[in-house]
Every structure is written in structure tokens, then in C-alpha cells.
Design a protein around this ligand. Sequence first.
Ligand code: GDD
Length: 317
Amino acid sequence: MRVLITGITGFVGSHLAEYVLAKNAEVWGSIRWRSATNNIDHIKDELRLVECDMRDLSSVNHLIAEAKPDYIFHLAAQSFVPTSWHAPHETLTTNIIGQLNLQEAIRSTKIEPMMQIAGSSEEYGMVYPDETPIKETNPLRPLSPYGVSKVAQDLLAYQYVQSFGLKIVRTRAFNHTGPRRGDVFVVSDFARQIALIESGKKAPLMEVGNLDAIRDFSDVRDVVSAYWLSLEKGEPGEVYNICAGKGWTIKEMLDMLLAMSNKDIKVEQKADRYRPSDVPILLGDNTKFREKTGWEPKIPFEQTLADILSYWRARVA
Ligand code: GDD
């Protein structure tokens, strides 16, 4: 079994690589020439890495010809929502054209891999209270350029399944976090600030943005097992929510993290941490995916938070 992970150096990519290696599959990964490899340094010798820029079709053609994958997990993306307002063109190009190139590269070979597309709950965007928990059939009303790029990826996959019979399974993951999460994302950002405060490198002041948003958090280790199952048991052309099915306000999450520290930390809301528009509530319904695959999230959120805090404590000490 040959498995290709685009975006293997990223947070989810590195966890998925560990998961797939444990299944004794051959793991291939695409890597940009300047990508930091710290997330995969501990497993680098077991991986086959191919230099590739997803925005360059010839580069993607080469990647597919080399790897000849049975399974593809397409995770390479610009994944931070605020950056999508500062760099909308880059976000749309990387996410949409990157996937178009991948689909075209597959179409021009004789291999017929199963491919998973990493869509997002951000595709739902504006969701009204009577629409939660969100089912896959909910209208898509994205509120950020990132959300728009993920809608386009999702529909591009659907269209290639219908038009050309590509075997693509679409997943829409809700928020997921865990060790190695980039420090710009909310849980990592807050945990890192606590670790800096504990080590005396920062005044006891936690800087935050919008604390009212509700998010459905899963552990990344549960999410990568869901991605695997999406290809083992999912239906090409179908779309599946991947989520815990429980919502926390960002304030609740912050309070849980603060309770794990013995420091007295003041919280301050900062205007530059607010977005032009923030999705108010993302609380998902995972029934369709659970019934199709038997997936169950295993790691409680409290455990995930404790693990992230340990991760940052070890790094800032
Ligand atoms: N990053 C950040 N920093 N977010 C903050 C802060 C802060 O200081 N304070 C409050 N928030 C709020 C954001 O406004 C948002 O409502 C929520 O915390 C989560 O923010 P992020 O962790 O940046 O994630 P996201 O929800 O925008 O997007 C993530 O989840 C998507 C799935 O729903 C990303 O992982 C996306 O790639 C993913 O698709």
C-alpha cells in the first residue's frame, strides 16, 4: 500500500504520517523546498519525500508519477483563516489551484487512487441557531476567503467525481487541535502564552480575541484516524462531517486552560485579534460519518488541552 500525504510537514500531515506508518504502509509526502521539517524530523528516515509545489502542474505531475499512490490525503493548504484576509489571492491559489492540479495529474495517469479532500466546517460559515448541530446538507455560506477556498475545493472534488469518475471522498473537519498545532491557532496560542507566563518570559497577561465564538473541537489524533477511515469505508463523491459533536465557547476553552496553571493570569481582549467577520457557531453532527465508518472520537478535550500545554511548556522553558 502506497500512501501519499500532501502537506506532510504540517500539523495534521505529521500526525497522519505517524498513523499510516503504524499500519506498515509506504508513506510518501510532498514537501515545498523551504518548508520547515521539525514536525516530521523524528520519522523522516521512514518517509519518502518529494519536492513539489502544488501550484505548479508539472511539479504535481512529477509527484504523482513518482509516488504512484493507492491512497492520497490532500492536506496541503493555506489553513489559517485570518491570513486569508491578508493574502486572499495566495489562499485561493494555493488551495483551489493546488487541488485542481492534483486532480488533473491523477486524470492523466493510469492509476486510480482513492483521494481524501480536507474540507472544513468553515465552509458552512454563517449558521443560524436552529441549524445546529450542522448536517452535511446545510447551506454553505462561507464568511472568509479561506471558507470560500474550501467550498471551491469541495465542489471541485464533487465535479471530478461526477465528470471523470475520480474516487474522491470529501471530508469537512471541524476544529481540531493537539501537540504541534501552529502557534497562531487559538488553543495553541493561549497554551503558549500560559507557558511563557509560567516561565517568566511574559507578563501575566493573556491576550485574546473574540471569546464568544462556539467551536466543536476534536483531537488531531482522532481526526487522522477519521481521515484514514474516510478512504477505507467512505463513499467516493460523498461528503462527511468530522467532529466531536460538542460545542465549547472560546471562553470556556480558555477557562479550562487557565485552570491548568497555578499562575494568576489576567485576560485582555485585543482589537487586532478580532476578524472582519467571525463564524459565530460551528457545532457539527457526525452521525453520517459514524454510521458509515464506525468512527468514534476517543480523546477527551481535557486531555487534548493538557497535552498541548505540556507541549508548549517543554518548548518555551
Ligand atoms: N487564532 C486566534 N487567536 N483565534 C482566537 C483568538 C486568538 O487570540 N481569540 C479568539 N479566537 C477565536 C477566533 O475568532 C475563532 O472564533 C476561534 O477562536 C478559533 O480560531 P482558530 O483557532 O484560528 O481557528 P478557526 O476556527 O478560525 O479555523 C480552524 O478551524 C477550521 C475548521 O473549522 C482552522 O484550523 C482551519 O484550518 C479549519 O478549517
